[in-house]
Design a protein around this ligand. Structure first.
Ligand code: PLP
Ligand code: ZN
Length: 434
């Protein structure tokens, strides 16, 4: 393993390390994977010079800043994200999402201390914006001429928007017929060149990987380590919202496993840097029909077996997760767990979150269904402080909402059937009386 430098004074603030062979490469190298072994790269930062309480004070002093990059809920934590980004930063701004209490959701989940971190309230309606602000910033630093990604939809929406903000051409590859309508609409509206691939997400990912190399386009899939640096700020922001008093559990839906990996890295760094003194446990939740990570967890993480994914929650409909290895580390480092929920449970949880006035997309509801399952199994206890991350906005997937409320037979308990009437007051009175 080569060291970035022999003398500590010359050590760069940030560099990249290959998770497989340990090679170290400079921060501004634009290879999407390790140039030596094609392993996944990871961003490393030197431990900030400030100690934990000084760093907390720095972050706290920026809370409520209204203009400039420090108004972003990502770049507020720039020392932990990309300290050297300087004038290249491209921010909407994003982040600053609320931490919500909801009595009906907590009751349904059987988790009295449950709070919801609503990442659907980001600029394009999902947490992907937190990764994309950093990814597109990095694209500018490496002087990329264009950016590309494969996506189940939300990454495409975020990439399309941030590329447009940066005036960079964008290419997105999505599985034809398997992307929620709101997400496809966004990719088109923001002007990305959109390819509908006759295949599933995993096919799109392989294709984007090959195309980026051939065409010299900067790849912004979640294999891109800079995106994960941005996604870490979901955890940093929720810790700050809790006054740096860590919860007992953080529950997150898991598909390609970028977020699971980013959360683990954020928590390990937060403890190493003295921001927190105890690491919460991570719970990753998969849909039963797309659960290669959960299967592997049950087998002690011996290996990953690719599956043919099937679930109503298209954002986590992934059979061959790219960030598997680093997500395994995240679960181990936090003494976490991986669990599964059925599509019926996902839709029921979604109806509860939506009906509480909060709203989320199906994949996000997997976190709530997962929180209920963990409580029922006794993995979590009623007094545990649990944060569930709502990853996407209710408007992302209007077709699933319409089907659930208007079409599914037999009528689900949470279905809110619309009632068609003649345009007469008596009809309104009849319905209101009944
Ligand atoms: C991308 C996404 C996920 C899955 O996150 P991974 O990092 O791929 O595990 C879950 N929910 C929503 C809404 C998403 O957009
Ligand atoms: Zn390598």
């Amino acid at each position: 393993m080569s060291s970035p430098s022999a003398s500590p004074t010359a050590t760069p603030a940030t560099w990249q390390v290959c998770g497989s062979c340990g090679s170290e490469i400079p921060e501004t190298d634009s290879h999407p994977r390790c140039p030596r072994c094609r392993g996944l790269l990871e961003v490393r930062h030197q431990t900030p010079a400030q100690g934990g309480s000084a760093l907390r004070a720095t972050f706290d002093a920026r809370w409520g800043v209204r203009r400039g990059v420090l108004a972003s809920g990502v770049w507020r934590y720039r020392e932990a994200v990309l300290p050297t980004a300087g004038e290249h930063i491209l921010s909407y701004p994003e982040g600053n999402t609320p931490l919500l209490a909801s009595a009906p959701v907590a009751r349904w989940a059987g988790a009295p201390e449950l709070l919801l971190k609503h990442e659907g309230l980001n600029p394009t309606g999902s947490f992907k914006d937190r990764g994309m602000t950093v990814g597109v910033t990095q694209a500018r630093r490496v002087k990329a001429r264009a950016v590309a990604c494969a996506s189940t939809g939300n990454t495409a929406a975020a990439l399309a928007a941030y590329a447009a903000l940066a005036a960079l051409p964008a290419l997105v590859l999505v599985p034809k017929g398997q992307v929620a309508l709101g997400k496809l609409a966004q990719a088109l509206a923001y002007g990305a060149r959109t390819l509908l691939v006759r295949g599933n997400f995993d096919d799109c990912l392989e294709l984007a990987d090959q195309a980026s190399e051939r065409l010299g386009v900067y790849l912004l899939n979640s294999v891109n380590p800079f995106r994960l640096e941005g996604q870490k700020t979901i955890v940093l922001e929720l810790l700050q919202q809790l006054g740096w008093e860590p919860p007992d559990w953080i529950v997150v839906p898991a598909g390609n496993l970028g977020n699971t990996a980013a959360f683990g890295k954020a928590l390990v760094e937060a403890r190493a840097w003295g921001l927190i003194d105890r690491v919460p446990k991570l719970a990753a939740v998969q849909a039963e029909g797309a659960a290669p990570f959960a299967q592997s967890f049950r087998d002690g993480f011996v290996q990953l077996r690719r599956v043919e994914p099937r679930t109503v929650a298209t954002a986590i409909k992934i059979g061959n997760p790219a960030s598997y290895e680093r997500a395994v580390r995240a679960i181990r480092d936090t003494s976490g767990v991986v669990t599964t929920v059925s599509d019926d449970e996902i839709l029921e949880a979604k109806a509860v979150v939506d009906g509480a006035g909060i709203g989320c997309e199906p994949a996000s509801a997997a976190a709530i269904a997962g929180a209920r399952r963990l409580m029922r199994e006794g993995t979590t206890r009623p007094r545990d402080r649990v944060i569930a991350v709502l990853t996407g906005h209710v408007l992302k997937d209007p077709e699933t909402v319409a089907r659930y409320h208007q079409e599914i037979e037999p009528r689900p308990a949470g279905a809110n059937r619309p009632i068609e009437i003649e345009a007469r007051l008596a009809e309104v009175e009849r319905v209101m009386a009944g």
